[in-house]
Design a protein around this ligand. Structure first.
Ligand SMILES: NCc1[nH]cc(CCC(=O)O)c1CC(=O)O
Length: 309
């Protein structure tokens, strides 16, 4: 009997490859009879390295080319960081599974080991994320914040060369690459609320591909799936992408789900945050209710003001 070959599409960055390898390992543990191949695909986000993501301006800069190959049947599934995956997927594709969530919070990486409360207006902090920028300015309006792009190693090199004094990154990115020794501090959500779905590895698949569905059912992590539903429900309802400072994180205590999210102006001077709790039976509804709460308090107007500025 021929072994079935499953092809996983991924970007070629070190982090993306780690995530694809982890998915491959999970598949092989559950389905030792399959052959799992990793196919590297270049995306627009990998080609344009000198522009902040918020300025490239379209959703899915890290996903579009991979999704095309998935739709064309060149690959069977695509592995992404869920936070890079827009809440509306192209016709014919769906979120097939998620792996167990890693660390969801952001981390401060400071070249001389200082923590966030030890940094001052004389320090340059690098991040290209509008969410991190607005949250940092809310914390200390004197911070000097500059854009940075490139993979984790490129960014570390830039910092060592004097481009900045510190930077904010997803903690999980450092941990997955074995670089946690560079993390100075895990930043609490009271200071920076993480990106929707941060720390979650997602596997996208074709609707109607029942063979792949069977495989993905075997590796999906149920509690992480609920968190993703709640957080993406929120993001979808506030219609925020990476052009708006927005974020949220969920916590479960058995049957209850608590979701905290925010929307802010670019300079962090307007900042709306709230928490919604509800039954974990329908997580997306809790996300939508949190969005409605913030919209009632003026979030939609805030987003509109950013879009038209
Ligand atoms: N926007 C880029 C991106 N997409 C996913 C991660 C980290 C991994 C994750 O959050 O799952 C990162 C880097 C970062 O934000 O520091």
């Amino acid at each position: 009997m021929n072994k079935k070959t499953v092809r996983i599409g991924t970007r070629g960055s070190q982090l993306a490859l780690f995530q694809a390898e982890l998915t491959r390992k999970k598949l092989l543990e559950k389905f030792p009879e399959t052959d799992v191949e990793i196919v590297i695909i270049k995306t627009k986000g990998d080609k344009i390295l000198d522009v902040a993501l918020s300025k490239i301006g379209d959703k899915g800069v890290f996903t579009k080319e991979i999704e095309k190959d998935l739709l064309d049947g060149k690959i069977d599934m695509a592995v992404h960081s869920l936070k890079d995956l827009p809440t509306s997927l192209p016709e014919g594709l769906k979120l097939g599974a998620v792996l167990e969530r890693g660390e969801f919070r952001d981390a401060l990486v400071c070249k001389d080991g200082r923590t966030l409360d030890e940094l001052t207006g004389n320090d340059i902090i690098a991040t290209s994320s509008l969410r991190r920028k607005a949250s940092l300015l809310r914390y200390n309006k004197n911070f000097r914040i500059i854009d940075i792009r490139g993979n984790v190693n490129t960014r570390l090199r830039k910092m060592e060369e004097g481009y900045c004094d510190a930077m904010i990154m997803a903690a999980t990115g450092f941990q997955r690459l074995g670089l946690e020794k560079y993390i100075t501090e895990i930043i609490q959500p009271e200071i920076i609320i993480p990106a929707t779905s941060q720390g979650i590895i997602a596997i996208e698949s074709r609707t109607g591909d029942t063979v792949t569905d069977e495989l993905l059912k075997g590796i999906n992590h149920a509690a992480t799936w609920d968190a993703a539903e709640a957080e993406r429900g929120f993001l979808h309802a506030v219609e925020g992408g990476c052009q708006v400072p927005v974020g949220c994180y969920s916590q479960f205590d058995g049957e209850h789900l608590s979701l905290t999210g925010f929307v802010a102006s670019l300079d962090g001077t307007s900042y709306l945050s709230d928490t919604e709790t509800g039954s974990a039976v329908n997580p997306a509804v809790v996300g939508e209710r949190l969005a409605q709460k913030l919209i009632a308090r003026g979030a939609a107007k805030m987003i509109e003001a950013i879009r038209t500025s």
